[in-house]
Design a protein around this ligand. Structure first.
Ligand code: NAD
Length: 496
């Protein structure tokens, strides 16, 4: 249904008209009322999809934002908000950053000054961090990017809401995580509905973390399988994906990274802790896009996923950390934290593309994002795999087919729709909660957000499995770093 969920009062500025920018446009038109449609602007340097903006009557500002021009460009688009500095919290208008190469923290900080709401789907950096960087790999990690974002956010408590990293993942998976925990709690009898003696429903962050600990969840994979296929075979040398090729290459050549659980016994080879910040994560000195982990998804079963770094690996691990002081003692020692990482099997064409890129050792020049028109079949199945608890492992997530995605909304494939519907939910939540400062999906109301997003997720399913990462192997080899005492050690997932 074309339900209007929110009203944006003031200008709406979208940065980037890539696969996500194009896909979110029709959802905004369906579900958000703009009081000032004349000042709806899309900032996009290329002309490739300008016809879509023309068709929808949206103004196209053909500019590439840079560290030099972003401030004047955006101030001009919010003339009424630019009366003076430090007026954050007015919440007039919104910026949605769905570009590559435009630094999130710079735009978020400017949005605070202008009192403008803000949403993005990833903590993006200006060019120069992902490739050809003077920085070491620890500094190129998402941990470093996220700590920088949070440092900036501490200045703006109570300021205009700026939602950081809210697409499908990072984003939606944090809401799925909460639904999954409640489901597991009911299925294992920890929470009994309607009983006076039952475990109290979680409300605060501490409650959620304690629930995960009580359930014995040792770790979480963001376990994804993209089976979408094109009618045309991939040409050699062209990097093909179902969403941003640039975005995937950037994160794929950051170091592999994961939230590090309290049950883990030893660091992986070339695995390192960080020397600053809260220390809930580790990084491995190899590219995540060339690092494989054993995982499990419905439909396929056991599979290899890529250990690509992602914001949710860090935010979920941190959000579900239980410290001793919450037990009543005071030194704040961490008593529980789940391991958390991405286990991503992108579409087959992307796997082949990565194989070619790793083989050549050179970034591809030719890139292509598969459109809804050329994909002939397949799904994006994206969920959380909670493991190590009383029921073994449980996958909970969205199974969205290309056919259903096409029926639900134009200009996007199944992967895109899982992202854009989360952007829509974030936009609505920001309007409804305009003074939250910098926030991440874990901290937002998952019930409200899922209510907005669920109509676009296909089938949301729960699957239990007796699979473990040590269950099946073809032949035995000495090189493997196995821990036979605990199947749920990270060492057993890591296949390199
Ligand atoms: P895309 O590559 O299709 O499009 C990116 C767009 O940004 C392009 O149109 C490009 O011209 C534009 N752009 C490049 N430089 C710019 C600049 N300096 N100023 C303004 N615009 C500029 O990417 P996409 O698939 O639409 O993804 C957009 C962003 O969303 C990426 O950062 C990606 O990593 C992120 N993303 C997040 C999720 C998630 O689930 N959280 C999923 C998909 C994509």
């Amino acid at each position: 249904p074309n339900l209007v969920h929110a009203v944006i009062d003031g200008p709406l500025v979208i940065i980037g008209l890539g696969s996500i920018g194009r896909g979110v446009l029709p959802l905004i038109e369906r579900h958000i009322r703009l009081t000032d449609r004349e000042s709806f602007v899309v900032i996009e340097p290329s002309d490739d999809f300008a016809h879509i903006l023309k068709r929808h009557g949206v103004r196209h500002l053909r500019v590439a934002l840079t560290p030099e021009n972003y401030e004047t460009t955006l101030r001009t688009l919010f003339p009424k908000n630019d009366g003076g500095r430090g007026g954050g919290g007015k919440g007039n208008g919104m910026i949605v950053n769905v570009s590559v190469d435009v630094e999130s923290v710079a735009i978020m900080s400017l949005a605070q000054e202008l009192g403008v709401l803000y949403v993005d789907t990833v903590i993006e950096a200006w060019p120069g961090l992902y490739f050809d960087s003077d920085l070491g790999n620890a500094e190129r990690s998402n941990y470093a990017l996220r700590e920088k974002m949070r440092e900036a956010g501490r200045k703006y408590r109570g300021g205009a809401t700026a939602v950081s990293g809210c697409g499908a993942n990072p984003g939606m998976v944090s809401w799925l995580m909460k639904e999954a925990l409640l489901r597991l709690a009911r299925d294992t009898g920890v929470i009994v509905d309607g009983s006076a003696s039952s475990y109290p429903p979680p409300e605060t962050r501490e409650d959620w973390a304690r629930l995960a600990m009580t359930l014995g969840v040792k770790g979480v994979h963001v376990a994804e399988r993209d089976t979408q296929v094109s009618s045309r075979p991939k040409s050699p040398g062209v990097f093909v994906n179902t969403w941003s090729v640039d975005g995937f290459l950037s994160e794929g050549y950051q170091p592999a990274e994961l939230g590090w659980g309290t049950h883990e016994r030893r660091l992986p080879r070339k695995g390192y802790r960080h020397d600053h910040g809260p220390g809930h994560a580790i990084w491995i000195d190899r590219p995540g896009g060339d690092t494989r982990v054993r995982s499990w998804v419905p439909g396929v079963g056991p599979q290899l996923g890529l250990l690509v770094t992602h914001n949710e690996s860090l935010s979920i691990a941190e959000y579900y950390t239980v410290r001793e002081e919450e037990d009543g003692t005071s030194d704040g020692r961490v008593v529980y934290r789940p391991t958390c990482h991405y286990a991503y099997h992108p579409c087959n064409d992307a796997i082949l593309s990565l194989y070619e890129t790793n083989g050549s050792g050179v970034l591809p020049e030719r890139k292509h994002i598969l459109t809804a028109e050329e994909i002939i079949s397949g799904n994006d199945d994206l969920g959380v795999l909670l493991y190590g608890h009383a029921r073994g492992a449980m996958w909970y997530g969205s199974r969205l087919s290309i056919d259903e995605a096409r029926r639900l909304a134009p200009y996007q494939n199944a992967t895109g729709l899982q992202v854009t519907a989360a952007v829509l939910a974030a936009m609505v939540w920001a309007v409804e909660n305009p003074n939250a400062g910098f926030v991440e999906a874990d901290e937002m109301d998952h019930v409200r957000c899922m209510q907005i997003q669920r109509p676009y997720l296909g089938s949301v399913e729960c699957h239990y499995t007796d699979w473990t990462p040590v269950r099946d192997r073809i032949n035995n080899f000495e090189e493997e770093d196995r821990d036979d005492d605990d199947p749920w050690q990270f060492a057993n997932f890591l296949a390199r």
